[in-house]
Design a protein around this ligand. Structure first.
Ligand code: PLP
Length: 481
């Protein structure tokens, strides 16, 4: 249907914006209300959406009513519902409604936070909100933060800053064709997230630079093995530049001993970057702070409010002990970006590879203000309680086995009924059947060769009944198999 409201030039008329805007908010409210009526995982086959969309763009503008109808008929069936309370795969992450308002306003302002001048609101709100989060996480005052899109990008910037601090003049001379460079080393555990591997690829350090340290039976990096590896490398003329322990690893949410690792980093003068992308949010819960011991000694820490603080994707925070290290690595001001502003103002473009930066702080500001610290603590605490509750059901059943400790909101387990030889195939089959049913979504990992189911609890809408539902489905499938 042709768009009759569109003039020859200019934007959608304001009256129309108001009308469809109300309609869209109604649509979203209805979507949140009826989330549980949808299959968690989209049931469409690969290629279905493409086949149902026109090959060529419309010649003339279309009415928004028609566009919205296509969202309902075409887009919605192809959505996997991350906001569904039975989304327990990967890490269960979801947005709050108030976070959606933040995204709407951010799009409305459409500011590009390159310089303070181009986005004073974004620049200053980001500082304020990140200092609020710092206080909530109980990090020392010397930590200053910067927002990036994802933890992958936060970590890449942290390693770049570590590389810069090594004083090898890589910023000017690069790394290729240099005989004077030793092999630069980055250390992490064998359970580290693949974003670290990608960061060393991107930065030209290469995968060979990454040394993965052995873990104990709780999937935690063994500090003595780390110290041995560093000593070995130093002895053979290599240069350790960064160690990356994780609090809340992706496979099992295990906790590397950051305090002991910080001792080693201090002894050898190595940058300590802590990946708390998933579990970092729980540092707002006072009784969870013990897991974060040693973080106060880090050079940098990444935490993702888009994972477990009800903020719509994307928003990742990198805290640095000395943010000027990032500036040293990345600041570069061409003539056309010079301003007469006070040289003390913060220009976001100085702290990374991006020039323009989205006004992400706004949505997080909404979330923190709407829920308050206590509201956020209560929700996270409840998620962790639910995960532990599920773990007690697993432990109490002879047909199930807990595969890893449950420090946060992730339960690693498997079915292990007696008399079954191939438990890996059985667990994989059960996971695939649950996911295909659309009733819930679980994901998996492999621990010591054993196919392990992962159930993550983190949706803002999750309740105990959703966990009971998964438990019932699992038991039903077990008797059927
Ligand atoms: N680090 C950890 C421990 C993670 O679990 C993840 C993702 O799950 C990441 C980093 C990467 O997160 P992002 O998608 O924000 O890059």
């Amino acid at each position: 249907m042709q768009n009759d409201n569109l003039g020859e030039f200019g934007d959608m008329p304001n009256e129309e914006f108001r009308r469809v805007g109300y309609e869209l908010v109604d649509w979203i409210a209805g979507y949140f209300e009826h989330l549980e009526d949808f299959p968690v995982i989209s049931q469409v086959k690969p290629g279905w959406l493409k086949e149902n969309l026109p090959f060529a763009p419309p010649e003339n503008g279309e009415s928004f009513d028609v566009i919205l109808a296509d969202v309902t008929n075409l887009i919605l069936p192809a959505v996997t519902h991350w906001n569904h309370p039975s989304f327990h795969g990967l890490f269960s992450t979801s947005t709050s409604s108030v976070g959606v308002f933040g995204e709407m306003l951010t799009a409305a302002f459409d500011m590009k936070g390159m310089l303070w001048r181009t986005a004073p609101a974004s620049t200053e709100l980001e500082d304020v909100v990140l200092d609020w989060l710092r206080q909530m996480l109980d990090l020392p005052e010397h930590f200053e933060g910067i927002i990036y899109d994802t933890a992958s990008v936060s970590t890449m910037h942290a390693i770049a800053a570590a590389r810069d601090r090594a004083g090898l003049n890589i910023r000017e001379k690069g790394m290729s064709g240099r005989q004077d460079l030793p092999l630069l080393r980055v250390y992490c555990s064998e359970h580290v997230h693949s974003s670290i591997d990608k960061a060393v690829i991107t930065l030209g350090l290469g995968l060979d630079s990454l040394r993965k340290i052995e873990c104990n039976d709780k999937f935690q990096m063994i500090p003595e093995k780390l110290a041995e590896a560093i000593e070995d490398d130093v002895e053979s003329g290599q240069l350790p530049i960064c160690v990356i322990p994780t609090i809340g690893t992706t496979s099992t949410s295990s906790v590397d001993p950051v305090d002991a690792i910080a001792d080693i980093c201090e002894k050898f003068g190595i940058w300590l970057h802590v990946d708390t992308a998933y579990a970092g949010s729980t540092a707002i819960i006072p009784e969870f702070r013990e897991y974060f011991k040693g973080c106060e000694r880090a050079d940098s820490i990444v935490v993702n409010p888009h994972k477990w603080l009800f903020t719509p994707f994307d928003l990742s925070v990198l805290y640095c002990k000395d943010l000027s290290r990032l500036k040293d690595a990345f600041s570069l001001v061409p003539e056309y970006l010079k301003t007469a502003d006070d040289p003390g103002v913060k220009n976001g473009m100085d702290y990374g590879i991006q020039l323009g930066r989205r006004f992400r702080a706004l949505k997080f500001w909404f979330v923190i203000r709407y829920f308050g610290r206590e509201g956020m603590v209560a929700r996270l605490r409840e998620h962790c309680r639910l995960a532990r509750l599920f773990a007690t059901w697993v432990e109490a059943s002879p047909d199930f086995e807990l595969m890893a400790p449950v420090p946060f909101g992730l339960v690693c387990f498997r079915v292990c009924p007696s008399g079954v030889d191939d438990l890996n195939s059985l667990n994989e089959q059960i996971m695939n059947d649950i996911n295909a049913s659309g009733e819930a979504y679980l994901s998996h990992t492999k621990l010591n060769g054993k196919f392990t189911l992962r159930l993550s609890v983190g949706s803002i809408r999750v309740q105990e009944r959703h966990l009971s539902k998964v438990w019932d489905i699992l038991n039903r499938m077990l008797t059927r198999n």
